[in-house]
Write a protein that binds this ligand. Structure first.
Ligand code: KMT
Ligand code: NI
Length: 172
C-alpha cells in the first residue's frame, strides 16, 4: 500500500500519476479509510466476521478474463461513485489504484498490491483503475447484498443520506 496525492495530469488513468506528495495513514483514517496487509486469508475471514460481512465475490479484471469488454469495464470502474455500505477490497493477486476524494475534493491515490486489504466507508466518493500491468484479482466483501450498486456522482448522490452521514462523521 502506498498513498499519495494524485497529480491531476493528463494521461492514461493506469499510469501512477504520483505527485510525490505522500498521504499519511492519519489522513486516510480521517477520511475513514483503514488498510492492512494480510497474506493469510484467515485474517481476512476474521475481520469480515467481526464487522458482520455477509457476502463476497471474486473478480479478475484483465483482458484475458474480460476480453473485448475489458477496456469498457476499466472505464466504468473509473467513474466517480459511492456505495451505501462500507466495503472491503482485498487484493488476491496483481494490483491497482483506488482514488478517493479528500476533504477538499482532491484525489488521494491508494496503490494496492497483493494481500493489501482496504476498508472504505459508506458514502465516500471514489473510483478504481487497474495499473499498467492490466491485472487485478480481488475479493470484494459486502455487508449486505442490495447495496452493491455503484451510484455515480451527481446531484442525487450529494443528497444521499449515506453521503450526508459520511460527511457528518468525517467532521468528528
Ligand atoms: C469499486 O467499488 O469501485 C470496485 O469494486 C472496483 C473493482 S474491485 C478491485
Ligand atoms: Ni466502488
Amino acid at each position: 500500500m502506498k498513498a499519495y496525492w494524485f497529480d491531476n495530469l493528463p494521461g492514461d488513468q493506469r499510469l501512477p500519476h504520483d505527485s510525490n506528495r505522500p498521504v499519511s495513514d492519519e489522513y486516510l483514517s480521517k477520511l475513514g479509510i483503514l488498510h492492512f496487509n494480510y497474506p493469510n486469508i484467515e485474517d481476512v475471514n476474521a475481520l469480515a466476521s467481526s464487522r458482520s460481512y455477509k457476502n463476497r465475490d471474486e473478480i479478475t479484471i484483465s483482458p484475458s478474463t474480460l476480453g473485448d469488454v475489458y477496456e469498457e469495464k476499466v472505464k466504468t470502474f473509473f467513474h466517480e461513485h459511492l456505495h451505501e455500505d462500507e466495503e472491503i477490497r482485498y487484493i488476491l493477486d496483481g494490483g491497482g489504484f483506488f482514488d478517493v476524494r479528500s476533504e477538499d475534493d482532491g484525489w488521494v491515490r491508494i496503490k494496492l498490491e497483493k494481500h493489501d486489504l482496504m476498508i472504505m466507508p459508506a458514502g465516500i466518493y471514489h473510483r478504481f483503475t487497474t495499473d499498467e500491468a492490466n491485472y487485478t484479482k480481488a475479493m470484494r466483501l459486502f455487508k449486505e447484498d442490495p447495496k452493491w450498486t455503484p451510484l455515480n456522482r451527481g446531484t442525487e448522490t450529494d443528497e444521499n443520506p449515506y453521503r450526508k452521514d459520511y460527511l457528518k462523521n468525517r467532521e468528528t
